[in-house]
Design a protein. Structure first.
Length: 266
């Protein structure tokens, strides 16, 4: 999977979400970058082709795609021989799980937050390093799961879409998080630590609700004690019943996240 300035390119997710049929269909995706100046992506108007904030260079992207074109026939054969059957099986299990539980709706209800998008593409990319989400189009993507678990995958990646910038509530811009954001900035702490804690928490809780993960499993036990995300996770796990039983105290899951973070940084 190619990178640009240390950031993974999103071309594979774009191709998946748009269901492109031909390799040549990748090149038009670069057109918005042809006249783009160097700078930082601050709006979703310019399609994100990397997970970095800086606008990638058009010629560099074009070169990357051209270099891959010659390898397409060999890769397609490898995919058919070694990947296709397992990937289709995983997708079939996902569909069965979603038919049984309506997992996206379950997550929105759990978070007490309404969706800010009308459609969601859920994609499988077997050679994906992990999981990811795109703003244009709104989509989430997962690598191969030996034991398919749609709730685990959506609990994490869809939470990013629900509370993140461009596609969701954008917790960083919420007044209720102003003091927390100020604290993070003053201590040079990546905001991602806070959001990632919530996403890790939700991937477990959603999977547990679907009976796909043991009810007593705590993901925090597998993490290093010095990580801020672990400290937040422990609070999220320890006080979860309080959140579930007190919708007036915690209007939504962001209220709960704020409360837990404040207990960590006080």
């Amino acid at each position: 999977i190619p990178e640009y300035n240390g950031s993974i390119l999103t071309l594979q997710e774009k191709a998946n979400a748009l269901q492109l049929k031909h390799y040549s269909d990748l090149f038009p995706l670069l057109e918005p970058y042809k006249t783009a100046t160097t700078g930082v992506i601050i709006t979703p108007k310019l399609d994100h082709l990397t997970y970095g904030r800086h606008i990638p260079n058009y010629d560099t992207l074009k070169t990357i795609i051209k270099l891959g074109e010659a390898h397409l026939p060999a890769f397609e054969q490898f995919w058919k021989d070694s990947i296709q059957a397992d990937e289709i099986r995983m997708i079939d299990v996902w569909k069965q799980q979603n038919q049984q539980f309506n997992i996206p709706d379950m997550l929105f209800k759990l978070a007490r937050i309404n969706a800010r998008f009308d459609t969601l593409f859920v994609g499988a990319i077997s050679l994906h390093l992990s999981g990811s989400g795109l703003v244009t189009p709104i989509s989430v993507h997962s690598g191969y799961q030996r034991k398919p678990n749609l709730a685990w995958f959506l609990g994490h990646e869809l939470t990013h879409m629900i509370v993140g910038d461009f596609s969701g509530v954008d917790w960083r811009q919420e007044k209720r998080f102003a003091k927390i954001v100020d604290y993070l900035n003053k201590h040079n702490i990546n905001h991602y630590e806070v959001e990632e804690a919530l996403c890790l928490h939700n991937q477990i809780k959603l999977s547990q609700l679907c009976g796909l993960t043991k009810s007593d499993y705590r993901i925090s036990v597998d993490m290093s004690d010095d990580l801020l995300r672990k400290k937040i996770l422990v609070q999220l796990e320890d006080n979860w019943d309080d959140y579930l039983n007190n919708p007036t105290k915690f209007v939504d899951e962001l209220d709960y996240l704020k409360w837990c973070v404040e207990r960590v940084i006080k």
